[in-house]
Design a protein around this ligand. Structure first.
Ligand SMILES: [Mg+2]
Length: 260
C-alpha cells in the first residue's frame, strides 16, 4: 500500500519523457516498476505533453521495453487538443494545422483536416520542419482573428544529446509574431488530467501525478487536486522543487524510489 499524507494512493498519472526514459533509453527497470504499481494496487495512466508521437507509437515503444499497455492508458497533448477542438467545433472541419503527422492523424480521428480555405482555427504543435514561411502564414491568419490553439507549452525536452527545443519554443515564435496568446490543451491545463481521472475512475485526492517538470506536470497535477511527485531524472532540479510553492508532496531522485 502506498500512502501519502494518510491518503492511500489508488491511481497514478505518469509523465513519460524524463520520468520513464530519455528518448530511447529507459531511466529505470520498467517491467519492475510497473509490477510494483500492480502489486500496490495502483492503476496507471500515461500522460505526455509530447504531441509528435501517436498513441500506437507509445504502446509499441512501451512494448519494446517489455511492458504491455492498452491504448486507452496513454494520452497525449495532441489528443487533448483534438478533444478541446471537438468541444468548440462538434462536427469537425477545416483547420490551419501546423504540426507533424501525429497531430494531423489525431485531429483527423475527430473529423478535422488541414485546409488554407476558410479554416475554423489555427491548430499548432511541435513541428520539426518549422520554417519562417510557416510562422508567417499562421501569424497572418491569427491576426485576421482565427482562434489560435496550441498543444503544449514545454519550452524544451531532455534527450541524451542534451536539452533541445520543444513545442514551447515554437509557441513563443507564433505568439511573438501574432501578438496573440494561444489557447493551450496540454499540461499544466487540467484537460489531460481530467481525461485520465475519468478513465481511472478515481478521485484526484487518491491519485498521484509523477513528472520531471514543475511548470507543467507538477503545476497541472496540483491545479487538478492530485498528489504530486517530482522526479529528478529530467528537467527540474531538487533546489527548484524545494523552492516551488506549494512544494510537491514528494521529491524523488527517480520514479522507482516510490517503492524503495
Ligand atoms: Mg517530462
Amino acid at each position: 500500500m502506498l500512502q501519502i499524507q494518510n491518503k492511500v494512493i489508488k491511481a497514478a498519472i505518469l509523465d513519460m519523457d524524463g520520468v520513464l526514459w530519455r528518448m530511447n533509453t529507459p531511466i529505470i527497470d520498467l517491467p519492475k516498476l510497473f509490477t510494483n504499481f500492480e502489486q500496490h494496487g495502483i492503476k496507471v495512466m500515461l500522460a505526455t505533453n509530447n504531441g509528435t508521437a501517436t498513441i500506437d507509437g507509445y504502446v509499441k515503444k512501451l512494448s519494446g521495453f517489455g511492458v504491455e499497455f492498452d491504448k486507452t492508458q496513454v494520452v497525449t497533448s495532441a489528443m487533448a487538443l483534438a478533444f478541446l477542438l471537438k468541444k468548440h467545433y462538434p462536427s469537425g472541419g477545416p483547420l490551419y494545422i501546423l504540426g507533424e503527422s501525429a497531430l494531423i492523424e489525431t485531429l483527423a480521428e475527430l473529423g478535422f483536416y488541414h485546409s488554407e480555405e476558410k479554416p475554423l482555427a489555427v491548430a499548432a504543435g511541435l513541428d520539426r520542419a518549422f520554417t519562417y514561411e510557416k510562422i508567417k502564414n499562421a501569424s497572418l491568419m491569427i491576426q485576421k482573428g482565427l482562434p489560435f490553439y496550441f498543444t503544449n507549452p514545454d519550452p524544451t525536452y531532455p534527450t541524451p544529446e542534451g536539452i533541445i527545443p520543444g513545442a514551447g519554443t515554437l509557441l513563443a515564435a507564433l505568439e511573438t509574431a501574432s501578438g496573440v496568446k494561444a489557447q493551450l490543451a496540454g499540461k499544466p491545463l487540467p484537460f489531460l488530467f481530467e481525461v485520465c481521472l475519468e478513465r481511472l475512475e478515481c478521485t484526484a485526492e487518491e491519485t498521484l501525478v509523477v513528472g520531471d517538470r514543475l511548470d507543467t506536470d507538477i503545476l497541472g497535477g496540483q491545479a487538478s487536486g492530485c498528489k504530486t511527485a517530482l522526479v529528478l531524472t529530467g528537467i527540474s532540479s531538487r533546489e527548484e522543487g524545494e523552492a516551488w510553492n506549494p512544494k510537491p508532496d514528494l521529491i524523488l531522485d527517480k520514479i522507482s524510489d516510490l517503492f524503495d
